[in-house]
Design a protein around this ligand. Structure first.
Ligand SMILES: C[S@@+](CC[C@H](N)C(=O)[O-])C[C@H]1O[C@@H](n2cnc3c(N)ncnc32)[C@H](O)[C@@H]1O
Length: 324
């Protein structure tokens, strides 16, 4: 199994420097970002990952940095329930390097890969919440179509949902290759991407509540980071990036109204400013080295004022109830 190679790490360090004080790494993974923070001046890293198997990488960093790193096996969406984080007033930065790791993709038993057969699981966290198989076999056809359309941005969503429902009447769909074959029979192949890519992304987002968790974590990060501190997010698809971009607009006072159905946001003064106007993408040498870097985008914000007004509008993103 490959060890996860962090994406856009040098760019992050450059934009976030000088790195000092206590940082929250909300997506510890194989610890690449946590280690780089410590190597570049952080006094302490509070690392979070909902996947407890990442603890094997923690040991390696602890051997070097002792208790300068602490680990919490939880979702970054629940940072505010963690008193070690929520009660502090000296958090210098929060970094979120979203999505799955190479360890997830390379282990067929985790069910993320449409290239190798495995159980349809896709849970990043520790075995609570529905599995991909439960969603595929129990959600209504309309819900499946919405999930695949909105979370996967797949134009053939309705056809795929219809075929899934027909197939599951004959026999439960329990493996990654069974699902991938159903999709491949409907979506035409193209040179670049496997036809199953978008539907697998959709189901993974639903299983792990990814969009809701991201928006919660961003709102809390803006509160917890001290004035002068940094929030950095690396996204891997346009739905995530839009949430981060909208968040940046609201917090930097640039959003008259994020949602055309909602009243204008009350927050008109900036508490954050973007460090980079356009998101940073990987340079050619990183792209040649690491395929995952292809869709990565880095946005970095600096906190310039403490928030005194509450944001009244919610960030807009598709939020689909599973109904199971
Ligand atoms: C792309 S990897 C991060 C890699 C890491 N930056 C590194 O350098 O090795 C994403 C990690 O975030 C974790 N993760 C994803 N969503 C999470 C959430 N809501 N809460 C906590 N951890 C999450 C995944 O389990 C995975 O280990």
């Amino acid at each position: 199994m490959r060890i996860h190679e962090p994406v856009l790490l040098k760019d992050f360090i450059n934009l976030a420097s000088p790195i000092t004080g206590c940082w929250v790494d909300g997506t510890f993974g194989a610890g690449g970002y946590s280690r780089a923070l410590l190597q570049n001046g952080a006094r302490q890293v509070l690392a979070i990952d909902k996947d407890s198997t990442t603890k094997v990488f923690l040991k390696i960093i602890q051997n070097e940095y002792g208790d300068m790193i602490k680990f919490y096996n939880q979702s970054f969406a629940d940072m505010e329930k963690n008193n070690d984080i929520a009660k502090r007033d000296d958090i210098e930065g929060v970094v979120l390097d979203l999505g799955v790791s190479s360890m997830h993709l390379d282990n067929p038993l985790r069910g993320f890969s449409f290239r190798e057969n495995g159980p349809l699981d896709m849970r990043m966290g520790d075995q609570s919440g529905p599995t991909a198989a439960e969603i595929i076999n129990h959600c209504s056809e309309a819900t499946l179509a919405d999930l695949i359309f909105f979370y996967g941005q797949e134009r053939k969503a309705r056809k795929i949902a219809n075929r899934i429902v027909k197939e599951r009447k004959k026999k439960e769909i329990n493996t990654t290759l069974e699902l991938a074959e159903i999709i491949r029979a409907i979506v035409p192949r193209n040179f670049k991407t496997d036809p199953a890519t978008r539907t697998f992304q959709a189901i993974r987002i639903a299983v792990n509540n990814e969009l809701r968790d991201l928006s919660k974590a961003l709102m809390f990060s803006e509160k917890i980071v001290r004035k002068g501190g940094t929030i950095a997010v690396i996204t891997f698809h346009s739905l995530e990036d839009k949430i981060v971009k909208d968040f940046g607009k609201i917090m930097s006072g640039k959003a008259a109204s994020i949602n055309r159905y909602s009243p204008p946001a009350l927050k008109t003064f900036p508490s954050l400013i973007p460090i980079n106007k356009k998101p940073v993408v990987a340079a050619i040498d990183e792209l040649n080295r690491n395929k995952r870097a292809k869709s990565a985008k880095l946005r970095v914000y600096k906190k310039v004022a403490d928030s005194s007004l509450r944001v009244l509008t919610k960030m807009e993103f598709p939020d689909i109830e599973l109904g199971i």
